[in-house]
Ligand binder design. Structure first.
Ligand SMILES: Cc1cc2nc3c(=O)[nH]c(=O)nc-3n(C[C@H](O)[C@H](O)[C@H](O)COP(=O)(O)OP(=O)(O)OC[C@H]3O[C@@H](n4cnc5c(N)ncnc54)[C@H](O)[C@@H]3O)c2cc1C
Length: 490
């Protein structure tokens, strides 16, 4: 089979029109807290624009643990623009890219639907479904190549955000005061900035679910295993989703059938902490699969997981927050710190990348006016991010609240599949900033009033409800009582 998505000489790399060839009136020092995909992207984009990013991260290295993370075209298109496409090429090769389809199965293993792996030909070079730790390392390497000032380690943990009239910056655990023109707080779900800078309590709510996450090498012995061999095609990566009552799973294989990752969202019956590294037990995952009536195939994938490769990660829900900006408008929270996605939006990291690309573009267009840039940034991002954040819940229910059969899937496949409408994945946040910046800037300057929803650019789309008549006859399970599908009011 032809390898459909390796970058070829004919691949068009988006022209990075804005990379370093626009002069800014002021050379900004951008202090960035947190080197997840949001902070790293912000650092790279700011460096490419001639700013001086200083990135601090409390974790000592790139995380090696982890399963797969899917970047769709709306995020990947910006990464492909980096370093003449070399970053995108590396990201592509670290994960699933020769798959033709994402196959949906019932718990019993009946094939429900075959969805194309990419939705448009151009996405073959911008859809990165790879090993999370390796993807992260690729971004760290690129930032290093650009000369970004990155400071990793517990001593660089931010303990205080400084946001006074005279100073903007952070204080680290090691006692270093790092000041800049602004701070981008990309400090993730348990953001300190959310409480310190915005004064918001951490309203986390147990979503009622947790997710087992695992990644392992497929050995020769496993390739010959009767069940696992079904996922081993050296010429074509494989991607499958399994839909069961209150549970769903993904299994990916790639790298010429040498790498496997699986995740299983399940009811959270244990008091696990909100941590990346909480070890999961294979026996517990197997018991969950047994309860859900899953086929032997998925059980075999789980059973062969090396004991030290399984993590059980609590899925915590956090409501949208009313503003992302500090009162001085020189600190912004972004990425999961501003909108902490459940994995079922399939867009959390993509939104984090979009935030980062947008903020850098706004800083460039605002020519040194930091407060203006951050206010426009918030108005560009707020509604889109809110609507996609909320889809974390509805997408999960697509899998959990319907007992999918081949007949139901045939008639209602659009209610079953993860929504990938054009307004979500074809979106170009940089072009969006270019289109709306001047208008939003003049509205900020003129003091236009309204709620953040009214002042912000419309989300551009919404998510379809699952038809009631195909739902299992039971109420929706354990979600935060405070959640509404309406945007929050400020
Ligand atoms: C199981 C799972 C699967 C997912 N799958 C997808 C997917 O397929 N596609 C998708 O788009 N999204 C997915 N997501 C969501 C995605 O992982 C997140 O939305 C995204 O990683 C958020 O990035 P971030 O940089 O904002 O936050 P994080 O990745 O959490 O990064 C925050 C960083 O800040 C650091 N930090 C925190 N506090 C401090 C401090 N005080 N000082 C210094 N550093 C600090 C942390 O160590 C961390 O490195 C998934 C999430 C989960 C849990």
């Amino acid at each position: 089979m032809a390898n459909k998505s390796i970058l070829t000489e004919k691949t068009t790399i988006p022209t990075p029109t804005d990379q370093g060839n626009m002069t800014t009136d002021k050379q900004l020092t951008v202090v960035i807290a947190g080197a997840g995909f949001c902070g790293l992207t912000a650092a790279i984009e700011c460096k490419l624009k001639g700013f001086i990013p200083i990135l601090v991260e409390s974790y000592p290295t790139s995380r090696t643990q982890g399963d797969v993370l899917d970047f769709m075209h709306n995020a990947g298109r910006h990464m492909l623009a980096w370093d003449n496409g070399s970053v995108g090429k590396k990201l592509l090769e670290t994960g699933v890219h020769t798959a033709k389809t994402l196959d949906y199965y019932s718990a019993k293993g009946e094939l429900l639907y075959e969805e194309p792996w990419t939705f448009h030909d151009s996405h073959a070079h911008t859809q990165f479904a790879g090993h999370r730790g390796k993807q992260h390392q690729i971004l760290v390497d690129y930032a290093e190549k650009l000369g970004v000032d990155m400071r990793f380690g517990p001593q660089y943990s931010v303990v205080e955000y400084i946001d006074s009239d005279s100073e903007t910056g952070v204080l680290t655990k090691g006692g270093e005061k790092i000041l800049g023109s602004l701070v981008l707080a990309c400090d993730g779900p348990r953001s300190l900035a959310r409480s310190q800078v915005l004064g918001l309590p951490d309203h986390k709510v147990n979503s009622g679910y947790a997710i087992y996450r695992a990644y392992y090498d497929i050995t020769e012995e496993l390739r010959n295993n009767k069940l696992i061999s079904q996922l081993c095609n050296p010429d074509e990566d494989q991607a499958a989703m399994f839909m069961g009552k209150d549970m769903h799973a993904f299994v990916y294989t790639w790298g010429k059938a040498t790498q496997l990752a699986w995740v299983l969202t399940h009811k959270d019956e244990h008091d696990i902490g909100e941590s990346w590294s909480f070890p999961g037990k294979v026996e517990d995952a197997l018991a969950d699969l047994e309860r859900g009536g899953f086929s032997d195939f998925l059980k075999e994938v789980v059973r062969n997981t090396p004991r030290d490769r399984l993590v059980d990660y609590k899925l915590v829900w956090r409501d949208p927050i009313p503003t992302w900006l500090s009162s001085t408008k020189r600190i912004a929270v972004m990425g999961d710190a501003a909108h902490c996605h459940l994995p079922t939006s399939a867009q959390g990291a993509c939104m984090a990348v979009e935030d980062a690309v947008t903020v850098a573009r706004c800083l460039e267009l605002a020519r040194g006016e930091v407060e203006l840039a951050l206010q426009v940034f918030e108005r560009l991002r707020y509604n889109r991010s809110h609507v996609i954040h909320m889809s974390s819940l509805s997408n999960r229910d697509r899998a959990h609240l319907v007992e999918w059969t081949p007949e139901k899937a045939k008639e209602h496949y659009d209610s079953m599949t993860i929504p990938h409408d054009d307004w979500i994945i074809e979106f170009d946040c940089k072009a969006d900033a270019d289109e709306h910046f001047e208008r939003l800037a003049s509205e900020v300057k003129s003091g236009k009033t309204g709620t953040i929803q009214q002042l912000s650019v419309p989300a551009g789309g919404s998510f379809e409800d699952i038809p009631d008549h195909i739902k299992i006859d039971q109420p929706a399970v354990a979600i935060a009582s405070t959640i509404s599908n309406e945007p929050v009011r400020s």
